[in-house]
Write a protein that binds this ligand. Sequence first.
Ligand SMILES: NC(=O)c1ccc[n+]([C@@H]2O[C@H](COP(=O)([O-])OP(=O)(O)OC[C@H]3O[C@@H](n4cnc5c(N)ncnc54)[C@H](OP(=O)(O)O)[C@@H]3O)[C@@H](O)[C@H]2O)c1
Length: 232
Amino acid sequence: MVDARALVVGASSDIGRAVAVMLASLGMPVTLWGRDRDRLRQTAELCPDATVDVVDVTDAADLQRAATELSASGPLGVVVYVAGLFDWALADQADPAVWKRLFDVNLTAAATLTTHVIGPLLAAAPSSLIYIGSGAAHQAFPYNAAYVASKHGLAGLAEAVFLDVRDRDVKVSLISPGLVAAGGGLTSPAGQQRPQELLAAEDVAEAVRFVVTFPARGCPTQIRLQPQRNPV
Ligand SMILES: NC(=O)c1ccc[n+]([C@@H]2O[C@H](COP(=O)([O-])OP(=O)(O)OC[C@H]3O[C@@H](n4cnc5c(N)ncnc54)[C@H](OP(=O)(O)O)[C@@H]3O)[C@@H](O)[C@H]2O)c1
């Protein structure tokens, strides 16, 4: 698997960057997707063998183009889907366009990407397909209906895809962190007041490492991470 490539979708985020750096440390060439070219380049500078592709995962044609180029670039051993949007609104005050965008990124694009990469992952098996979930994949929170629903959907996607490919040696895993001192987590009250007590992006990367390096006879199908100290 060391010769196989890893794809990180959302490699422009702090969590995606930590995941890419960790996968590169395992000796894997990494392909980095996202929309922010500068931040993707900053991630690439930390990885010895990195390819950057500016991809909007909600653009079906762009996704197809990028996936085709990816499969032409050699065996695909790992895919990590980090891309995600957050929203904070009471259901009766939510903007339907914001909810649609959130579902497009958090769930529809994750599912569409799955259809593109599952063939290459099967061809390169043993291999790993990992989705970054959230505490909201397992529990409801107020002001968060679309996010909660999208992450519950992602949990269902991961669980069902695992059943489809488990006998063909593709691990499928959902890694669900609580508050991380990165991205949206830094805008929370705890993230503003006590970021050092939240999870770090590198902690999420460690969970990805656990899945990827776990013996091929087993699959950590769900990992839930929480800050040791209650952030609320
Ligand atoms: N931070 C937390 O506390 C926390 C906790 C649990 C789970 N998570 C999950 O971790 C992931 C990263 O979250 P974050 O808080 O670190 O947020 P973030 O910094 O805002 O990162 C979001 C990522 O999603 C990518 N993305 C968004 N829309 C995209 C699109 N249309 N096409 C391609 N890429 C797109 C962004 O890339 P571009 O900007 O380059 O488009 C960026 O890399 C999310 O799935 C989130 O649900 C975060």
